[in-house]
Design a protein around this ligand. Structure first.
Ligand code: Z7F
Length: 270
């Protein structure tokens, strides 16, 4: 870099402080780690989701879902998201360096990012040609979720999946996109922000290395912005509060502890 630095009078070390500089071997190992962490912690294999992608619910089955009471449909979705989040936690734990972070920071990153990573992974189970998503064994249209009473939230989730499908992300790219989304050093409550930032920079560097090798650098500019993901998560929390006002006891009695821990802040008066 010496002559390049002097030539464009860039100070590279400001981009990559020493602890971020990694060797070619470490780079390869880090790339494999991110890819395997993703592959080993997806709920469904890509090929199985593909095989089922034209299996849609019949009008009768659709009606059956739409006639379910709101609280029952909510309870089903809450259980599905809670199951799915266990896989996200497993993904994080397998990311080299994540479990070396301050335990409090691990919780903060998962609390803020679990739903975002699920929304990204949801695009794997999305058929952008007929706007359906894999749900309870078949592909479901948006209308199937009518009884949830949060069509704007579901619509924004479907729109996000459409935009991710347009990028045609590979499993490797999805793995890295999830890893950099999880390791967001700008969360306010982080105790050791520098350590998260160092890990983030290493993984982002490895992601760019992969994209350069595959001539896919352009997707970095087209990935959904952070606030698009966080807006959907915010909308989910708003809908959850409305649901809890309508069914005050259901959330406490019937929602899994992990869901409550992640999405119902204990400081609220219950
Ligand atoms: O292979 C893999 O790893 C992937 C397979 C596919 C998995 C997947 O897509 N998912 C796993 C759970 C599921 S879903 O399949 O149940 C689903 C639910 C609604 C949809 F429109 C589409 C899918 C889900 C459930 C609730 C939710 O928000 C919270 C929420 C509530 F809590 C209560 C009411 C309403 C809402 Cl919106 C959001 C999501 C997004 C991810 C979805 C993600 C992992």
């Amino acid at each position: 870099f010496h002559n390049l630095e002097s030539y464009c009078s860039l100070n590279f070390s400001s981009f990559f402080p020493p602890e971020c500089m990694i060797s070619a071997t470490e780079l390869e190992l880090l790339m494999q780690n991110v890819i395997f962490a993703h592959q080993e912690t997806c709920q469904f294999r890509q090929e199985n989701l593909q095989i089922l992608r034209w299996e849609t619910f019949s009008p009768e089955e659709m009606q059956n879902f739409q006639q379910k009471p709101m609280d029952q449909m909510w309870e089903r979705c809450v259980c599905h998201i809670t199951d799915a989040i266990q896989y996200i936690v497993e993904f994080a734990k397998r990311l080299s360096g994540f479990t070396d972070l301050n335990p409090n920071d691990q919780i903060v990153l998962l609390k803020a990012g679990a739903m975002e990573l699920l929304l990204i992974r949801m695009s794997r189970a999305f058929n952008c040609f007929n706007n359906t998503v894999f749900f309870e064994g078949k592909y479901a249209q948006l209308e199937l979720f009518h009884s949830l009473g949060c069509t704007d939230l579901i619509t924004s989730m479907f729109d996000l999946c459409q935009s991710l499908c347009a990028l045609n992300l590979s499993e490797h790219e999805m793995a890295f996109f999830n890893a950099i989304t999880l390791l967001n050093p700008s969360y306010p409550w982080l105790q050791d922000k520098h350590k998260v930032d160092t890990l983030y920079r290493k993984i982002h560097f490895a992601f760019r290395h992969l994209l350069r090798r595959t001539h896919r650098e352009f997707i970095l500019m087209k990935l959904p912005e952070k606030e698009k993901l966080s807006n959907i998560c915010q909308l989910h929390l708003e809908k959850l509060n409305i649901f809890r006002q309508m069914y005050p006891t259901i959330a406490w009695e019937r929602f899994p502890p992990l869901y409550k821990e992640l999405f119902i802040s204990e400081t609220e008066n219950s």
